[in-house]
Design a protein around this ligand. Structure first.
Ligand SMILES: Cc1cc2nc3c(=O)[nH]c(=O)nc-3n(C[C@H](O)[C@H](O)[C@H](O)COP(=O)(O)O)c2cc1C
Length: 330
């Protein structure tokens, strides 16, 4: 069974990917309830944390019920990252994760995120110092390489392991690919097949059906799957994959009642956590997926995503249940 430091995980664990503006405590809690074995926060700027920027600091909040949880940080300056580690530790997460995979320009141009894939020695050095700074297990999330001509992930992963990284999650795309094309899991399998590797190697990218998760496990031999987009507005994905692993059959999709209940709880937790205004605003992105596939739904979706008062959104949920309660999801 894979372990991250002393954290024991089940066979082929499912990890909720860090996702900006998505992987907040309410969403992580819902995914955990539905079977996610490890959850990660969205990336948090080390520079923001040390400046005590409210926007970064609020991202450190975790609920007890979501453990084990990893807090993900990004940066490229050693000193800032070490100070950020000290701040992160005070929130008492189970894991500290380093983001070496974010492809967006404003991050990579400072050499942070996937930018560091152009400088593997710096990547290894930062990791080594962070590992020395904290007693918590440190994990790394990265991509295959900067571009197709510079894929050195086998060597990089081994060096990261040698400086004390406890697990590595690899998104099967290069930085240049951003989110285009299909994720390539072959180079991730090469990392796993390196006889010197002994830490868990988790695959990431395009695990969007239970069958894909089975392929990642059985054909590519990886230690677990990190799941991002397939879970947005669909926390049931974790349960569906686990059910498929156990039985080889598909669970029926969640009923309308279950979807409305999840949307309600999601909104309520968000309001409790962030306050009425932000809670209402930031839960909007999830509704489309919660209610995907219902014909003539636009009127109700619009109410959910344009109402500024939670009472109106809750009322829209009630209406949906009344009107579409018997809808059969495919
Ligand atoms: C909306 C969104 C936000 C993301 N934010 C982060 C982030 O904060 N940190 C990170 O390491 N990756 C981030 N990612 C990348 C995902 O963690 C993951 O690597 C990617 O989506 C591929 O996995 P998937 O195909 O399962 O979605 C983000 C992806 C999406 C779609």
């Amino acid at each position: 069974m894979p372990k991250i430091g002393n954290i024991e995980l089940p066979d082929f664990p499912l990890l909720l990917a860090p996702m900006e503006d998505v992987s907040d405590p309410p969403f992580r809690a819902l995914c955990k309830e539905q079977g996610a074995d490890v959850v990660y926060t969205e990336f948090i700027s080390s520079e923001g944390l040390i400046r005590d920027a409210a926007k970064s600091v609020i991202k450190l909040d975790i609920y007890e019920k979501e453990r084990p949880v990893g807090i993900q940080i990004f940066g490229a300056e050693l000193d800032s990252m070490l100070q950020a580690v000290d701040i992160v530790e005070k929130s008492n997460p189970d894991i500290i994760d380093i983001n070496f995979g974010c492809p967006v320009k404003k991050v990579v141009c400072k050499n942070a995120g996937a930018g560091i894939l152009r400088d593997i020695p710096l990547m290894v050095k930062l990791t080594e110092e962070i590992v020395k700074r904290t007693k918590l297990p440190v994990t790394v999330k990265t991509r295959l390489g900067w571009d197709a001509n510079s894929i050195k992930i086998v060597e990089a992963a081994e060096r990261l392991q040698d400086v004390g990284t406890q697990a590595i999650s690899i998104h099967g795309r290069t930085r240049v690919q951003m989110y285009k094309g299909e994720a390539d899991w072959k180079p991730i399998a090469e990392v796993k097949n390196n006889p010197r590797m002994h830490i868990p190697v988790f695959g990431n990218g395009d695990v969007d059906t239970p069958e894909a998760a089975v392929r990642m496990r059985d054909e590519y031999g990886l230690d677990g799957a990190m799941i991002g987009r397939a879970s947005i507005g669909y926390p049931w994905f974790f349960k569906e994959v686990k059910h498929y692993f156990k039985t080889g059959t598909h669970l029926p999709p969640p009923t309308m009642e279950e979807r409305v209940e999840a949307a309600r709880r999601h909104l309520q937790m968000s309001i409790d956590w962030k306050g009425e205004k932000l809670g209402v605003f930031e839960t909007r992105r999830h509704y489309t997926n919660y209610f995907k596939g219902i014909p003539h739904f636009k009127e109700y979706r619009m109410k959910m995503v344009t109402s500024d008062e939670s009472a109106d959104v809750f009322a829209a949920f009630d209406e949906v249940l009344e009107k579409f309660g018997d809808f059969q999801f495919a």
